[in-house]
Each structure stands twice: as structure tokens, then as C-alpha cells.
Design a protein around this ligand. Sequence first.
Ligand code: F6P
Length: 327
Amino acid sequence: MNKKNNYTLGVLTSGGDAPGMNACVRAVTRTAFQEGINIIGVMNGYEGLINGEFKNWRGARDVGGLLRMGGTVLQAQRSKDFRTKNGQREAIRSMNEVGMDGLITIGGDGTLNGAHALAEQGIKVVGIPASIDNDIWGTDMAIGVDTALNTIMESVDKLRDTASSHARAFLVETMGRNSGYLAVQAGIACGAEIVLCPEFPTTVENVAEIVEDAYKRGKNHAIIIVAEGATIRTTELAHQLDALNVGFKTRMTILGHIQRGGSPTAFDRHLAAQLGIRAVQALLAGETDVMIGLRGRDITLAPLADVISHKRPVNMDTYNMVRMLAQ
Ligand code: F6P
């Protein structure tokens, strides 16, 4: 085992999986080898950290083939135990047992909260944002967002074919938890009539008016994107639109976890590579309790305390673009 400088780095993925997590694990691991340090993969996120589920990588070949793989080979889960002080204490004990000097955590807001909790107890930790929701403050994009958006776009393009053939209005529900980011971006990329999202609530009557107007203007389909966190539930909206008789008959599709799968796009592979490399370099340079992110074209560092106390907003101008272009 390569053990220059006697430094041992751990890497884990946690929370919901996101396409590009594997590419990021590969980048972290190979940068570690490049730097001549020891690298341990932690299985099952923080749960595996508590239970000491470690996997030693001995060389670059051990992470070969990961670049194009969706999901996460390290597995990921949301650990209830780790949210407690006891769980965190057990995790620190496991880290000490294997002599882990620093940890890189790849995941969403829960993962970054966990990273900050460890840092507050003296653990050297750097977070990398990976979540299809793109709700993480301190980065323009999280790993997985671009792939999820492309999956949504391909799905809606297919739905549009059948919607047009039958003159139907299609409600398409996207993921994103409490964030409307995916829905709004998909609305632009897919030419939706309207997007329903938690940030900019609307009424059933308003949606009905917009869809009926599209019908009157001679359109042969209407796409309505509904964020899972929107104030009006997708099923309820489908029933109400049919009851209000807006011209089109209504169908709905909940895209669900298909949005989390698949091979990462070129953008996500690049982002994963850049964030992974920079995270290792930052830790070795003595940085801790920070998240590596992308702002504009720059790879930047933000204190985890700031990251977890803010939420990335959805831009109103971007939201308005959907209606502006739905003519
Ligand atoms: O955070 C990613 C995400 O896919 C959200 O968009 C969604 O609300 C949630 O995870 C679903 O979680 P689970 O995979 O546990 O059903």
C-alpha cells in the first residue's frame, strides 16, 4: 500500500445517489494516488463510517470503469444514527481505528450537514455537492443535476410525441424535494406551457386558463411540469383540469427515480473530476469544514456553516422565461 506522508484519506457517498458520484470517487481516489497518500472507500455513507465498513483501494485500476457508471459503487443511505451525538462518536472512533486523517463526503444537504458536525468535533473534512435537486447553496451546479435534466428532457420529448398525437395535456412530475430547480430548467428545455414549483405558487384556475388558452391558439399538446414539492399535487391537478374541461384531455406521468439513474453526462463527469481533484488538494493544504463548488467558471471553497444555513434559490427571471416562450 502506498503510504507517503503517512496520510490516510477516506471518501464516502451519502444521501440520495446522483449520476457522477462514481466519477467523483474515481477522481478523489486517483488524485490521492497521485499525491502518494493512502485512500479508503467508506461503504454505505455515514452508516458505514459508524460500522467501520471500509474498503482499501490499492491502485488506480481498482476504480477503473467508474467514470461512466451511474449510481454509487460505495452505496449511499440516509443514516438516522449518524444524526445523533452517539452515532458521530462511533464514526470518529472507527476513523481513529484505521488512522483516517481526513474525509471527503460526496452528497446533498444531509451529507454536508453531517460533514460539518464532524468538522466541529475536530475531524478534517471537505464536502462535495452531489444531488440532482440542485438546492445546495455555494455552488451553481451539484454533481448529477445535468444528467437528471437530460433524462427529464428525453422523457418529456417522448411524452410530447404521444401528447401531440392525441391532443392531450401532459402533467409531468419532476423530483427536487422542496426545490423547483429541476422543474423550471426542464420547463425551458422542454417548452412547457407552465411550471408549478414551490417557490412560485399558482392556482388550479390559473393553470386551467393557460392550458385552455393554448388549446384555443391551436396547439395540439400542452406540457405542464410539476415539481414534486409544488403546492398543488400532480394527481389532484390532473383531476381538476379534466373536471374544468380545458379542451385537452389530461394525462400525467411521475418520472420518479428514473431521474437519478443513468450514465453521467460529459458536464457531470467534468464537474466530478474538478471537484474531486480540488477536494483532495484542499484537504492536503489544511482546509477543513468547507465545501468545494463551482461558481461561474471557478472552482471555489465555501464554509460548510454557510452552505448548510442557506438554500440555493430558484431564479424568478428563469421561471418567467417559461411563460414568455410558451406561445
Ligand atoms: O434528494 C434527491 C431526491 O431524489 C429528491 O429529489 C427526492 O425527493 C428524494 O431524493 C427521494 O428520496 P428516496 O430515494 O429516499 O425516495
